[in-house]
Design a protein around this ligand. Sequence first.
Ligand SMILES: Cc1ncc(COP(=O)(O)O)c(C=O)c1O
Length: 426
Amino acid sequence: MAKLAINGGNPLRDTKSYPWPAWPVWDKNEETALLEVLNSGVWSYNGPKEVLFNKMFAEYIGTKYAISTVNGTITLQLALEALGIGVGDEVILPGLTWQATAATIIDVNAVPILVDVCEDTWCIDPKEVEKAITPKTKAIVPVHLYGNFADMDAIMDIAQRHNLYIIEDCAHKHGGEWNGKKAGSIGNVGSFSFQLSKHLTAGEGGTLTTNDPVLAEKLDALRNCGRRPEGNDYTDADKGAGVYSDDGNFIQSGNFRITEFQAAILIEGLKRLPDQNRLRDKNGIYLNSCLAELPGVVPMRRDERETNEAYFNFAFRYNKDEFKGLPVEKFRKALASELGTGVESSYEPLNNCSLYVPLTKPSRYKLNEQQWKKIDPSRFELPVCEKIYKEESVCLHHKILMGSKTDMDMIAEAIKKIYDHADEIV
Ligand SMILES: Cc1ncc(COP(=O)(O)O)c(C=O)c1O
């Protein structure tokens, strides 16, 4: 008789009786806040909720400024623009990330330079960054992927030695700390996403964090059609940071403003985030200690400088050789069947990613032959990213880390069950 749920056996978890914690989390506070916005008639445009959320988020991250926008894609694009990155410039990023990290670089006419990641953290490998630097390099975009951190000491050291900007892609790292400093407060600018799957969400949304008043003023203008910010003190002297001419707007831009409804939800979510992060971190540490005892799976390496972890996904590494050759795709399906929750691979490496295909848009990106060749993602070799994607990656939604210790034990038990009965599905 089949034992594994994927083969018709009994699943370890009966999710009808014992559902996993739900995501997103909300209660009466969101309802009240949304009604307040509705009744106020102030639904957007630098409203009180937006101003308050920006203040709260900047305080939380530990930066002087936070500027909210429509999503965590536009944040990256505006950060690049505000730093003056454009035609002919090169920007280095990891080959294992969501496509937006690279696509936005192409959208400002610069060249994304994909480099490989560290096999034990899946974050950008500083040695590969160093090798990829050329006289055209202007910036590095480290991505703090899933439950891990890019080595920010090494990245900041490289940036200083080569005079490069750092845009931290913190779409997965709201509240995570490196050496006591929050992600988004270490580089020149931090970029956050509040899309539904993220651990602080308003359905959609994004924020930029920085300590630099000139950059903050530019970002504020760029998200608001180029308008000179009103009522924002970007310098001590309250005269603006000096990026405007006396009479005009700063720059051509579009409308990337967040709404008051989003800001209202974010304010309530941010109040819960520290406790939620603490719980996820506690469970993550415990679950990793369980995985370390199991054959065929390897927990992600947690650097001792990660003083607080913030999980977007809980990820671990799989070794099919110890599971009698069971391919990782089948392992993920078997685990999903036992637990009654989604189990996914990592992102597709960007040198061969179905959603990162800049060469499908010649009328937009073919500025000249040279640029066209440079933006071809297939020219980059990313063996570590490919191994992670094709053979190793197992990722679970962060909501599973909001359960109990018994829930964590059950995840470990499910892995062990598949290990014991791998014969059934090899
Ligand atoms: C690493 C990373 N960067 C950027 C983004 C883009 O954020 P958004 O979906 O809010 O545009 C995402 C979203 O999944 C992401 O995971």
